[in-house]
Write a new protein. Structure first.
Length: 265
């Protein structure tokens, strides 16, 4: 059973400069590939920046736009899968999205954030409506969500029931909510028996202070990789053998009684 070395790119890039952020993604993909990684994950809205006001709408692109083509070229040139956050335009609507590109440059999956956080996001974006979006990468079933989505246990459990092995979560986690990175994410990995790659922005940005602390949490609730508070590229392995053993020993999914939960709605 394969293992997938995963690189977490903790960076806020350059606000408002898609070209500069694509260049940063290119450099990180080169370093990730050199370290044997099969997947590179960048933060929420990495291609544009988060706190850029109306420029979000101006810089939004379709799922198959120029930036998607550039990201596909980066992935194929370095032979590494790439997941990156960006504002996606579809007609008059803008979504907070993450796209997963395969190591051959193929576009594998695109997810639109379903739970928007705060007034800025609700004003800037249309919420997505599809909870579980997955793709196969290196023999591993990869699921996608974004930031606030992972704070809803129902969301993560839906991925567990759909067979997600690695949940990729680009985020823009801000002060004073660092306990999400430190505690909530490892608990989500444990209670739903999967790996969770939670990849954050870092430092001041407009009215926000992003806390870093990107992590790859395992199904035992232990961090396989943990970044600090600065710009950083960290690595951790998604081990399907360990995951299978953990799922065999942990009874949560087997002991569920869905009939009792119908009232949750």
């Amino acid at each position: 059973m394969p293992a997938l070395r995963t690189a977490l790119l903790q960076s806020s890039g350059r606000l408002g400069s898609v070209d500069a952020n694509l260049a940063s993604l290119d450099g990180a993909a080169q370093r990730a590939a050199a370290a044997g990684a099969g997947l590179l994950v960048a933060p929420e809205l990495f291609l544009t920046g988060y706190a850029i006001g109306d420029d979000i709408a101006r810089l939004a692109e379709p799922v198959d736009g120029a930036s998607a083509e550039a990201a596909a070229e980066i992935a194929a040139r370095h032979g590494v899968g790439v997941a990156y956050g960006y504002p996606e335009r579809e007609g008059d609507r803008v979504f907070n999205s993450v796209q997963l590109i395969g190591p051959d440059g193929a576009r594998l999956a695109n997810y639109r954030k379903t739970h928007l956080f705060g007034g800025f996001e609700r004003d800037a974006f249309t919420p997505g409506e599809q909870t579980v979006v997955q793709a196969e990468l290196g023999g591993i079933r990869v699921g996608l969500m974004i930031c606030y989505d992972v704070e809803f246990p129902e969301n993560v459990r839906a991925h567990a029931l759909a067979g997600t092995d690695l949940l990729v979560v680009p985020t823009a986690q801000m002060h004073p909510f660092q306990f999400v990175a430190e505690s909530v994410v490892p608990v989500r990995a444990f209670e739903s028996q999967m790996y969770v790659a939670y990849v954050n922005r870092v430092g001041p940005e407009g009215e926000f202070e992003f806390v870093g602390l990107s992590t790859l949490a395992g199904p035992d609730g232990v961090a396989r990789a943990r970044a600090g508070r600065g710009e950083e590229l960290v690595f951790g392995d998604v081990d399907l053998r360990f995951l299978a053993a953990s799922r065999e020993n942990n009874p949560y999914l087997r002991d569920r009684r869905p009939g009792l939960y119908a009232s949750l709605g």
